[in-house]
Write a protein that binds this ligand. Structure first.
Ligand code: HEM
Length: 147
């Protein structure tokens, strides 16, 4: 099987679209993670994620966004947030009936960016362009504890 046949055997673009919809439905409803997506139309990020994963999983490369490291340089992502996002991703993958092979491959790709996306302080964030905003939101759970 060539690379594209392997991608099709995993479920092809269709399964990526179903998982991305389920995943971002959950992120856009989440009390903490939703804050990072307030300015981003859900359909746009879903399409970017599907295009990106399609190329990363060996399917046709039609992705034309930034690579994950520059795409997140303005976002204060700590380890707790990264791990929480991954728990939600696993739930979405399972809910959509993904094969174990797809889950393993998707998580391997996702995790490979962890050390370069996670920051140890807000000072590590950098604007992507002059008028960009640094995105940093504390976990609402910690704010309740502090109050
Ligand atoms: C907690 C972790 C993460 C958060 C909060 C997060 C949040 C975001 C946000 C807000 C954007 C939109 C940026 C913009 O267009 O202004 C974005 C884009 C994107 N993210 Fe993440 N992300 C996280 C982790 C990841 C990981 C691990 C990957 C690896 C596959 C990833 C892949 C992407 C891609 C491909 C884009 C599209 C970039 C573009 O359109 O140029 N994200 N993310």
């Amino acid at each position: 099987m060539d690379k594209n046949e392997q991608f099709e055997a995993l479920g092809g673009r269709k399964i990526l679209e179903v998982v991305a919809k389920e995943f971002y439905d959950r992120l856009y409803e989440h009390p903490w993670l939703s804050k990072f997506f307030e300015e981003i139309p859900q359909e746009r990020i879903e399409k970017q994620q599907v295009d990106f994963m399609q190329a990363a999983l060996g399917g046709p490369n039609v992705y034309c966004g930034s690579l994950p490291i520059p795409a997140h340089q303005h976002i204060y992502i700590d380890e707790e947030m990264f791990d929480l996002r991954q728990v939600i991703l696993i739930e979405a993958l399972k809910k959509c009936g993904s094969s174990t092979e797809l889950i393993d491959k998707w998580l391997k790709i996702d995790s490979s960016f962890k050390s370069r996306i996670v920051k140890s302080s807000i000072a590590e964030c950098e604007k992507r362009f002059f008028t960009d905003n640094i995105l940093a939101f504390p976990n609402p759970k910690d704010q309740r504890k502090a109050a």
